[in-house]
Design a protein around this ligand. Structure first.
Ligand code: NAP
Length: 337
């Protein structure tokens, strides 16, 4: 365990030093007092401890949130982590978002459709979120709160005719799921590696599943969401797609710290952004080069910080049955980024 491990919560939350490997965590006193955590590999630079410890203190919830590094040879310890009487929630990050479902009892609809769980909710009966109740969870449910986080800043926009998603990884699927739910007619997924492959409409593929309350799925009789056409294209075709579309979402890591001078869209295409929405889910830096340039050319721009905050807010609410203090969390993230 790291130096300073016996310091009280206020020290941890200030230093952000809440990081240890899974076996260390299970052997420590932290494991037997109320806790939540982010589990993945690596997790050292995760901002989630800062978010959730700030929120818990503000809401006077007596819990500490840790970053627990699950190295591949310690995966067998995951069930021990989840069956603890003191376990009140987990965020799941790379590389466990898919395989974590094997440790859970239920997967919520959107998480199942997307194929990625980023939040684990231990359910006790009654499910009050009260951290003074010590009892082994009755069941574990997996959610994908990126869906909610991505959708939140788009709430004020009804729908889009055509949309572009740059990248085809995990976050891209959550974005696609939301755009399908907004009844977009065509989604262009721009990929370096998957061109020529058939793309699937996520909703159509999962028709008949129970999508749960987090899906925000609304039936539009004129244009059912499962009618969205999803087409994978190459970067050579981006210019034409941009002319036709009203929103572009960057889900690639291009432009992320420390490579802040990079952009996934070449400069010669930037004038096409006039009056369109440019949404970059990167939150470090807050304004990527792509967003800065798009704004200069008349785009409405949305950065990734709100998505990051609202995916956390949804998890917090699922765990503790109370809203996260979103403004307080935004303030602390802005001062410490
Ligand atoms: P991922 O699974 O690795 O997917 C990223 C995709 O981007 C890849 O599948 C790849 O698609 C493309 N890509 C990767 N490197 C590239 C490069 N050098 N040039 C062009 N394209 C490249 O990662 P992810 O989990 O989806 O996350 C992607 C980004 O979203 C990260 O920057 C992450 O920090 C951010 N994110 C933000 C939030 C938030 O709350 N704001 C949440 C989740 C993720 P192709 O191979 O098809 O080109």
């Amino acid at each position: 365990m790291k130096k300073g491990a016996n310091q009280p919560l206020f020290f941890w939350a200030k230093s952000g030093d809440l990081h240890m490997i899974l076996s260390e965590f299970l052997a420590s006193a932290y494991h037997v007092s109320p806790h939540a955590l982010v589990l993945g590999h690596p997790v050292e630079h995760s901002r989630s401890p800062l978010i959730h410890n700030t929120a818990a203190r503000d809401r006077k919830i007596d819990i500490t949130y840790y970053a627990v590094d699950c190295i591949p040879e310690e995966r067998y310890l995951i069930p021990k982590l989840f069956e603890s009487e003191s376990f009140f929630g987990a965020n799941i990050t790379i590389p466990l978002k898919k395989e974590i479902s094997g440790y859970l009892d239920e997967i919520d609809g959107p998480a199942k459709a997307i194929g990625a769980v980023n939040t684990v909710v231990p359910v006790r009966n009654p499910n009050t979120g009260d951290v003074s109740v010590r009892q082994k969870p009755d069941k574990l449910i997996g959610y994908n709160t990126d869906v909610y986080g991505f959708a939140k800043p788009l709430e004020k926009y009804q729908t889009f005719k055509k949309a572009i998603i740059l990248g085809s990884g995990g976050a891209a699927r959550a974005v696609q799921y939301v755009l399908e739910n907004k009844h977009v007619s065509t989604i262009y997924v721009v990929s370096r590696t998957k061109t020529g492959k058939k793309s699937n409409n996520i909703l159509k593929k999962n028709l008949g599943e129970n999508f749960g309350d987090a899906s925000s799925r609304e039936r539009n009789p004129d244009f059912p969401a499962e009618n969205t056409e999803v087409v994978t294209i190459s970067y050579d075709e981006l210019g034409q797609a941009l002319k036709e579309s009203d929103i572009l979402v960057n889900t690639t890591p291009v432009g992320m710290h420390p490579n802040i001078e990079e952009s996934p869209v070449p400069d010669n295409l930037m004038p096409l952004f006039s009056d369109k929405i440019c949404y970059d889910i990167i939150y470090n830096p807050l304004q990527t080069r792509l967003l800065k340039k798009a704004k200069k050319h008349g785009a409405i721009t949305i950065g990734g910080l709100d998505m990051f905050i609202y995916q956390a807010a949804r998890a917090f609410e699922l765990w503790f049955q109370t809203p996260m203090p979103v403004d307080k969390v935004r303030e602390i993230l802005m001062t410490k980024s």
